[in-house]
Design a protein around this ligand. Structure first.
Ligand SMILES: Cc1cc2nc3c(=O)[nH]c(=O)nc-3n(C[C@H](O)[C@H](O)[C@H](O)COP(=O)(O)OP(=O)(O)OC[C@H]3O[C@@H](n4cnc5c(N)ncnc54)[C@H](O)[C@@H]3O)c2cc1C
Length: 382
C-alpha cells in the first residue's frame, strides 16, 4: 500500500518508519527545508554550538517504551535541566525549592520549617482553585507567586493569570529540599549529535520517499491513507476559523566565552520584555568548555499571526469549542488520521509525542491486518 505522512517531526518520522518496515511505500513530506520538526537542531556556523532552532528541547521521561525507542537511534548523554530565575534584581533557582524559599525570605529554614511556613502563606480559603492565580495562591501564597509566576505567566500567555486554567500550575513542582532538577523524570538526557541526527536515523528505511520543501497542499497523488501531523485547522483550510497559538521570537546574542554561565535563566518580572535567555552550548556540557564562542537567545512570546510558527496551543474555552467542531469534521473525513502536537492541537512533550506515535503504530497494525478503516484520531484530543 502507499501512504502519505505529512510532517517530518517525531510524530511523522515514527509513523513513516513503521509503515516502511511493514513493507509499505511512504511519501513523507515537510514544507520546511529540514527534518525533525520543532525539535530541529543544527550546528551554528559562527560558533560551532549545537543550536536548538525552535527553542530549547530537553528530553525527560518516565516512559520506558519511549526512552528505549529513542535510544535506538542515537546516544543520549547526561543532561539535567537546572533553571535559574531573576526576580527583582536577584538570582534564584527554579522550580521553587528550599534554596529558593530560604533566599527569597532570607531565612535558613529546614524542610519541615519551610513546609509549615509556606502552608501558613498559602490561602486556605481557596478550596477548589478556579484559575491559575487561585491555584498558585492556594499552594505558595502571594509573595512567591508574584515574584516567580505572575509576571512570567503574563508574558508567556499575554493574559492575566486569572484568565488561565488552574491545570497549568498543577504541573510545576514545589520542593522542600535542595533538589533543583527541573524535571522529576528518571530518564533525562540530551542527544550527543542533536535531535535532527536522531530523526535522520529513524528515517533510514528504504521505503520512505522524503520530500522536503513540499507542502501537502501541493500534492495531488492518491494514497491509501494520509497521516497528517500538521495543524488540523489548516487541513480544513481554516473553514471554521483559526485555532489560537502563542508564537516565539528569538533575539540572537553572540559573544565570546561564557555569556551567562548556565543554559536557561528565566526573567520573572513583567517589566523585562523577554521570558528567558537560553545559552545553547550549555545544553551540551560535554563540549561547552572547548567552544571559544557562544550564542544565546532572548525569547519573547506573543500571539501567533497567520504566518508565524505555531508554538503553544492556547486551548481556552473558545479554542476548545472550535477544536470540537474540527474534530467532528475530521470524523467525517475518510482516509485521514490526525496526530502529533499540531494535528491534535495539544502541547506534547517529545516523550508523549513518541509514545502516542508508537501506540498509533500498534493500532495501525491491527486495523491493516483486520482490513478495518483507520480512525481520524488515535487519542481523544479534547
Ligand atoms: C518552545 C518549545 C519548547 C519545547 N521544549 C521541549 C522540551 O524541552 N522537552 C520536550 O520533551 N518537548 C519540548 N517541546 C515539545 C516538542 O517540540 C514536541 O513534542 C514535538 O515537536 C512534537 O513533534 P510533532 O512531530 O508532533 O510536531 P512538529 O515537530 O511540529 O512537526 C510537524 C511538522 O509538520 C510540518 N507540516 C505542518 N503542516 C504541513 C503541511 N501542510 N505540509 C507539509 N509539512 C507540514 C511542519 O513543518 C513540521 O515540521 C517544546 C515545544 C516548544 C514549542
Amino acid at each position: 500500500m502507499r501512504f502519505c505522512v505529512v510532517g517530518a517531526g517525531f510524530s511523522g518520522a515514527i509513523i513513516a518508519r513503521h509503515l516502511s518496515e511493514k513493507g509499505h511505500k511512504v511519501l513523507l513530506l515537510d514544507e520546511r527545508t529540514h527534518i525533525a520538526g520543532n525539535c530541529h537542531t543544527a550546528r551554528d556556523e559562527a560558533t560551532g554550538v549545537m543550536v536548538h532552532h525552535y527553542g530549547p528541547h530537553i528530553f525527560h521521561t518516565a516512559d520506558r517504551r519511549a526512552w528505549d525507542y529513542i535510544c535506538q537511534f542515537g546516544t543520549f548523554l547526561p543532561y539535567v535541566n537546572r533553571v535559574k530565575a531573576v526576580s527583582k534584581g536577584r538570582m534564584y533557582t527554579l522550580p521553587v525549592n528550599l534554596l529558593t524559599i530560604n533566599q527569597f525570605f532570607e531565612t535558613t529554614m529546614s524542610p519541615a520549617q519551610a513546609r509549615s511556613f509556606i502552608a501558613g502563606k498559602a490561602d486556605r480559603s481557596i478550596k477548589e482553585p478556579k484559575n491559575f492565580e487561585e491555584q498558585a495562591l492556594s499552594m505558595i501564597g502571594p509573595e512567591l507567586y508574584k515574584a516567580f509566576f505572575y509576571g512570567y505567566t503574563r508574558k508567556q500567555w499575554g493574559l492575566e493569570p486569572t484568565e488561565l486554567p488552574a491545570s497549568i500550575l498543577k504541573r510545576l513542582p514545589l520542593r522542600f529540599n535542595y533538589d533543583d532538577n527541573y524535571f522529576n523524570h528518571p530518564y533525562q538526557g540530551m542527544p550527543e549529535g542533536g535531535y535532527s541526527a536522531i530523526v535522520e536515523n529513524i528515517l533510514k528505511s528504504t521505503n520512505i520517499d522524503l520530500r522536503l520543501n513540499t507542502k501537502f497542499e501541493e500534492i495531488s497523488e492518491e494514497f491509501h491513507h494520509v497521516f497528517y501531523t500538521g495543524p488540523i485547522d489548516r487541513y480544513f483550510e481554516f473553514r471554521l476559523g483559526r485555532l489560537g497559538y502563542r508564537t516565539l521570537d528569538f533575539e540572537r546574542i553572540d559573544s565570546d566565552g561564557d555569556y551567562q554561565g548556565t543554559a536557561v535563566i528565566n526573567y520573572c518580572d513583567q517589566e523585562v520584555p523577554y521570558t528567558r535567555i537560553s545559552e545553547h552550548k550549555h545544553f551540551a556540557p560535554w563540549e561547552a568548555d572547548a567552544l571559544q564562542k557562544t550564542v544565546s537567545f532572548r525569547e519573547y512570546s506573543r500571539l501567533a499571526e497567520p504566518n508565524d510558527v505555531p508554538y503553544y496551543p492556547i486551548r481556552l474555552a473558545n479554542e476548545k469549542t472550535m477544536l470540537e467542531q474540527y474534530i467532528e469534521l475530521a470524523g467525517n473525513t475518510p482516509n485521514v488520521s490526525f496526530l502529533g502536537r499540531l494535528g491534535t492541537y495539544r502541547y506534547l512533550d517529545m516523550d508523549v509525542t513518541i509514545s502516542e506515535a508508537l501506540s498509533a503504530c500498534d493500532r495501525i497494525d491491527v486495523a491493516l491486518n483486520e482490513g478495518e478503516p483507520l480512525p481520524a484520531f488515535f487519542i481523544d484530543p479534547t
